[in-house]
Write a protein that binds this ligand. Structure first.
Ligand code: GBH
Length: 447
């Protein structure tokens, strides 16, 4: 394959993980239960009855994971902090032993020249907060800011940049609207206040983090949405879906307003959730936009006119990952250029905070082709003016893939779930070499 075009010398290469998917040790060192522990215990919730009580055992094997990161040569590591380790019931005094884990991890990363990029919320809400309404309750936003402040008090002297939320769209839709993720609620459109409360929590947390001198990102899963045909009805459906998936979470921090959701019969104030002053607080609450990209979305007019204003349409004629997701690298270039056109001067620098795919083999040419195609798409977008400062592969080691349990494998490193043996895949070596070539091309690289 030809060399990937040049990216800026400051471009950061990384990998991403999430606490619940890798740590295990769910009952150790005073950790409280999270909504995912409760949900995973429901019969039928997780494929094959899998659970995350051990996962990749990274709570104990983190030195092994850091050794893999060192060998890979990444500039940064995106991991998440488990709120129920820091505050077992989501409020009150911090759990010293839980925070100490992230303290050690941060120090060890820095010792090896790897910048820590922690995410504060990757879906593992303390169960005690869910019992009080979870993200349906406005109070959770204030609890989140408090947790962010306490965590930054402890780690902030070594962490230059934080991600507040991971994919609030997925949490709202899969967690509260459809019930396929924790907390397993099936509220349909009545779930929308959780979108606003997450954004409010993000903004309140951002204020705490910025007061402590840090930069703040939100990681939104974004998808370029296209109508299945040129008909007016399909176009209207695509616009409605785009508002729900992309704009609902990008517009408020970037422009200070919510998109028009009237096609869903949802009023501007989202069921009364949006109070005076909220949008002013949310506007401008990011120093960078984290973009998680997996695939584009095709949409057509709904078959049932009484339901949602769109139907999702399958993408034809494209390869699929082992998970069945379409492989369309070009969609990432398109997405980045569209974000630039939509938000113009209001768009801060972008970091690709997740991109990756599920394939089982240790020899994984499909993953190499996937990553190569997507990194090229980023480089192409940059050449066309997009401001992208980094790229993080999802993920380091095969892990607990939410409702799919351990059946989907996104790792650069294969995991044997019985022995916990980590075996780097061909794609790991490929990514290592790619990073090394880019580092060598930096003007300040040692000769
Ligand atoms: C991310 O979510 C999560 O942040 C991470 O924790 C997770 O492990 C990882 O991705 C892999 O799943 O119906 O074929 O169009 C990704 C959210 C939601 C991305 C659904 C792709 C649609 C595929 N995704 N989605 S398709």
């Amino acid at each position: 394959m030809p060399q990937i075009p040049a990216l800026p010398p400051t471009f950061r290469w990384g990998v991403s993980t999430a606490a619940y998917q890798i740590e295990g040790a769910t009952e150790e060192d005073g950790r409280g239960p999270s909504v995912w522990d409760t949900f995973a215990a429901r019969p039928g919730a997780i494929k094959d009855g899998h659970h995350a009580r051990t996962a990749c055992d990274s709570y104990h094997r983190w030195p092994e994971d850091i050794a893999l990161l060192r060998e890979l040569g990444v500039d940064a590591y995106r991991f998440s902090i488990a709120w129920p380790r820091v505050q077992p019931t989501g409020r009150g005094p911090v759990g010293e032993r839980g925070l100490a884990y992230y303290d050690r991890l941060t120090d060890e990363l820095l010792t090896h020249g790897i910048t820590p990029l922690p995410t504060l919320f990757h879906w593992d809400l303390p169960q005690a907060l869910e019992d009080d309404g979870g993200w349906l309750s406005r109070d959770t936003a204030f609890r989140f800011a408090e947790y962010a402040a306490r965590t930054a008090d402890r780690l902030g002297d070594r962490v230059p940049e934080w991600i507040t939320l991971n994919e609030p769209f997925v949490h709202t839709v899969f967690g509260y609207a459809l019930g396929q993720h924790a907390p397993g609620r099936t509220l349909l459109l009545d779930a929308l206040p959780t979108a606003h409360h997450q954004l409010l929590g993000h903004a309140l947390a951002a204020r705490q983090l910025r007061e402590r001198g840090a930069r703040v990102l939100i990681a939104n899963n974004c998808t370029p949405v296209d109508p299945a045909s040129g008909t007016e009805a399909d176009r209207a459906a695509a616009e409605a879906y785009d508002a729900l998936h992309n704009r609902l979470f990008n517009d408020p921090p970037l422009t200070g307003s919510y998109p028009d959701l009237s096609a869903f019969g949802v009023a501007e104030h989202i069921g009364g959730a949006v109070l005076d002053g909220d949008l002013a607080l949310i506007r401008g609450s990011v120093d960078g936009l984290g973009v998680n990209y997996y695939n584009p979305t095709r949409v057509r007019a709904p078959a049932d006119p009484g339901g949602l204003p769109f139907d999702l349409a399958p993408m034809e004629g494209v390869p699929r990952t082992a998970f069945g997701w379409p492989v369309v690298p070009e969609g990432l270039r398109e997405l980045l250029l569209r974000l630039g056109r939509r938000y113009a001067d209001a768009l801060p620098p972008i970091t690709i905070t997740e991109n990756g795919c599920s394939y089982p083999g240790i020899e994984d040419p499909e993953r190499i082709a996937f990553l190569d195609g997507h990194i090229r798409a980023v480089a192409d977008a940059v050449a066309e003016g997009a401001d992208v400062g980094g790229y993080f592969v999802w993920t380091l080691v095969d892990n607990f893939e939410w409702a799919e349990g351990y059946t989907q494998r996104f790792g650069l490193v294969h995991l044997d779930h019985t022995t916990q043996t980590r075996t780097p895949r061909a794609s790991y070596t490929w990514y290592r070499d790619l990073i090394a070539r880019h580092h060598a091309a930096r003007p300040d690289a040692a000769m």
